[in-house]
Design a protein around this ligand. Structure first.
Ligand code: HEM
Length: 240
């Protein structure tokens, strides 16, 4: 009879679980306990590493979503976008874990970061790379059918598939803004807002980068719909 406790896969580790997931390698990617600059450093490292993994997973699913969208398969494009957005919930939640590191303790960890900066995060950069390409694939679908963004929203039942994709793209854009907002608050809590980051850039750049939207057309469309509905009083700037 087969012994189910014996591993059958190749690799390091005594069980197939360890071999398949390469937990030996994964769990040796953090500084050994005796070399940590501060006991909080392990949390700092696992939060960053877990976030990189989730962003890698999300970028992969977004690339697949872009492909299915280009093929006109809106159902699967939405499904994959939803999955990617689900992954991005975790890097946001993990930022709050780092809020438990106090400023004085953080500076002990920070002294060992060199010029390391989130600006070079491979996961975040891959999200920034794929986002506009999904926008282009969406616009190409609209133009191939002679539709405008407004058509998709006004006739959302008729164009349910495209409308669903648009809403999931909006979810993604919102997640990116939420990440940037909570990350800004984290940086302000721990190092302050009037200081310079590990790459020499002022923390204010985080505020500027928060203004960036991947799908501005989808946000602006709401203004247009509200203006056309005539349900909003005329907007006047107070300085006028
Ligand atoms: C103690 C916690 C943290 C502090 C104090 C911090 C601080 C900063 C600062 C000051 C910047 C501006 C660029 C620079 O000068 O380095 C930055 C950028 C960035 N950090 Fe962090 N960070 C923290 C945690 C994280 C975590 C957990 C992630 C997740 C991967 C992350 C991802 C990023 C990204 C993606 C950017 C670029 C932001 C953008 O393009 O808008 N950071 N961080």
């Amino acid at each position: 009879m087969e012994d189910f406790r014996k591993p059958i896969l190749e690799g390091k580790g005594t069980t197939d679980y360890e071999r398949y997931l390469r937990t030996d390698d994964l769990l040796s990617l953090q500084t050994p306990m005796e070399k940590l600059s501060h006991p909080d450093e392990l949390t700092f490292q696992v939060v960053h590493q877990a976030s990189e993994l989730m962003m890698k997973g999300a970028a992969w699913e977004l690339e697949r979503a872009r492909n299915t969208l280009s093929q006109g398969d809106y159902g699967n494009a939405s499904r994959l976008l939803r999955r990617a957005n689900g992954m991005l919930v975790h890097p946001i939640a993990l930022l709050h874990v780092l809020e438990t590191i106090t400023p004085y303790d953080y500076h002990i960890i920070r002294a060992g970061l060199g010029h390391g900066s989130g600006l070079d995060s491979p996961g975040f950069l891959s999200l920034l790379h794929i986002a506009p390409r999904i926008g282009e694939a969406f616009a190409a679908q609209l133009s191939s059918q002679g539709l405008t963004y407004d058509d998709v929203y006004r006739r959302h039942e008729e164009f349910f598939g495209l409308h669903d994709v648009a809403e999931r793209m909006l979810d993604f854009d919102e997640q990116m803004q939420l990440f940037r907002f909570h990350h800004l608050k984290l940086a302000q809590r721990i190092i302050g807002s009037g200081v310079v980051g590990t790459m020499g850039t002022p923390v204010e750049i985080l505020q500027q980068r928060m203004q960036h939207l991947a799908y501005r057309e989808l946000w602006d469309l709401r203004n247009q719909i509200t203006a056309n509905a005539g349900t909003s009083p005329v907007y006047r700037k107070t300085s006028d």
